[in-house]
Structures are given as C-alpha cells and as structure tokens.
Write a protein that binds this ligand. Structure first.
Ligand code: SIN
Length: 305
C-alpha cells in the first residue's frame, strides 16, 4: 500500500492533488457529481475587494493542446465570498481551501488577505501576483522581485495563516522572483500561472480575444511549468505547489520529482470535471509502477543525479 500523503505548510493532505484557482469555482458544482473531500485541497477563484464582472467577451480561445482565457478576475468580491460562498462550501467540503487573493494595490491584497485569514475553512492564502488578464494589478506585481516581495511582506504582517505566492512564468528569471518572495517571508510558492499568449481570427483579421491577449494553459504548457518548478526548487527552501498543464498521475510524479510538494490541476478540470478525482485514483498504481512507496520521498528527486 503506497502513501500519497504530503504536508503543505504544516497542514497534512491525504494526497497532493489540488484543483487550481479559477478552474473549480467554489467547489459546489463539482460536489454535485462527486465527493470533493477526496481532494488534497483546492483553491477558490481569485478574490478582490470589490465584485468584478471581468473582461468583455470573447474571453476564451482554443489552442493546440490547451486554451486561452482572459477572464479578468471575475468574482463576487470578498464580502460575498465570506458571507455566502465559503459557508455554502462548508456544507459540502470538510477540508481546507487555498484562498486566492488578488489586488490592484498592495493595500487591497492586505485587506482581502486579512479578511479571508479569519475564515476557518481557509488553510492557506494564495497571493495571486500573476494574473496576466488585468491592467494595473495581478501580474504587474509578480514580474519584479521588488513588487512580489512588497506584496508578500505586507500581507505576511497582516495574517496568521501560511502565505503561498502564485508566480507567473512570464519573467526572465523565475528563480530570482521565487527567492525574493521567500526572503520577504513567503511560506510557500505556487507555479505556474498562465503564459501570456494570443490568437488571431484570419477572417476578421483581428485578435480572437476582446482583451487581445490571454493566458495559455493546458497540456501545452506542462514542460514549461515543469522547468519553472525545477528552477524554483533549486532557488528556495519553502514548499512548492507545481501546476501548469497537469493531466495525469504520471504528470503528478514528474512535478514531484521536479520539486513540488503538492500539485495543482487546472485546465484539465474544464475538459473533464472528474479529472482531479481520476488523477487521485490513478496515483497509487502509478507510484507502484515506479517503485515509489511514499510520495514525500521523491520530492525534488530529479535534482539528485
Ligand atoms: C483570470 O481571472 O483572468 C484568470 C486568473 C488568473 O490568471 O490568475
């Protein structure tokens, strides 16, 4: 019998699989089709101070082995998340969530994080400094060491729960950003968010997305995500949630070997709503296939050679 349990910033997960923010809503629709307590954890949709309707449509585009989104942080705002979404979720889910926190200023990150920090169901705060679809916030903070560090440092001062900073791959040196977040007090990192990308409609001779650009996710980005996790692991000593194009139990093992303590599943949930559950179910047999008894034993295992 293999052991899939991992510990993420002091909280034990029965398995490492975590549906990624923005691909699992607030869990309720998924809870109608399977018992979501089988998950290691999951991340709720990014939360801002005010409600947001997001970007104009079209905001989804097809891509080879993936998809583009330019949703623009649509969410009901922190008041509604606290008053409605989290209490409803607690009726169908009995583990902890990562509360994904977004902002357009450092003050907004601090205020939203401090509100969500008080909620029992929130186990970790995931600081989203990596959304490529908004102007004046999101990725704007995560593409410089100083921006990522400032958000991390100020939020850490205001909260008690572990702070996990979600990084963008749209940088030259992801190891430097990872190190800056760790130095500023981050308890963990999650990476990658989506890759800045676009499509053009040849008939209309204009970009497919109303926002012009969007974030690429899905299987196409898996090797890129794996490379980023590998580089971040060499740069820091804090745990990493590896994500980006994960579609199978084999991908979970590759991410773990690259250095991930837990593994996010994102776009795959949008293609197959049972994807996370199926990966969890397939993981023990996949571990046996590679002679792995305890998943924790192979975290960062690809760096030993
Ligand atoms: C979005 O809402 O635009 C996607 C979220 C993200 O990229 O962080």
């Amino acid at each position: 019998m293999v052991n899939t349990a991992v510990t993420l910033c002091g909280i034990e997960l029965t398995n490492p699989v975590i549906p990624a923010s923005g691909t699992f809503g607030y869990g309720r629709e998924f809870a109608e089709i399977y018992d979501i307590d089988c998950l290691g954890a999951f991340a709720i949709k990014g939360t801002t101070r005010e409600p947001r309707f997001g970007n104009p449509a079209p905001r989804i585009a097809d891509a080879p082995a993936g998809m583009l989104n330019s949703v623009g942080l649509q969410n009901p705002g922190v008041d509604a998340v606290v008053a409605r979404e989290l209490p409803e979720l607690a009726k169908v889910y009995h583990k902890k969530v990562l509360a994904n926190v977004c902002g357009f200023s450092v003050d907004e990150y601090v205020e939203v994080a401090a509100r969500l920090d008080k909620e029992d169901i929130v186990g970790w705060l995931e600081l989203n400094v990596s959304c490529p679809n908004v102007h004046g916030g999101g990725m704007g903070f995560g593409t410089t060491c100083s921006g990522a560090a400032e958000v991390t440092r100020e939020v850490k001062r205001a909260v008690k729960k572990p702070v996990i900073v979600k990084l963008t791959p749209n940088v030259t040196d992801i190891a430097a950003i990872a190190r800056a977040c760790e130095d500023a007090g981050a308890d963990g990192l999650s990476l990658i968010n989506t890759v800045l990308a676009m499509r053009i409609d040849p008939a209309a001779r204009k970009p497919v997305l109303a926002n012009i650009t969007g974030g690429l996710s899905g299987g196409a980005v898996f090797p890129l995500a794996l490379r980023c996790v590998y580089q971040a692991y060499e740069a820091v000593g804090i745990p990493i949630i590896g994500m980006g194009g994960v579609r199978s139990a084999r991908d979970v093992i590759e991410m773990t070997l690259a250095g991930a303590t837990a593994v996010g599943v994102g776009a795959a949930n949008l293609i197959n709503p049972f994807a996370a559950k199926e990966i969890i179910e397939a993981l023990p047999a996949e571990m046996e296939k590679y002679g792995i008894e305890n998943l924790v034993d192979i975290i960062g295992g690809a760096h030993n050679g």
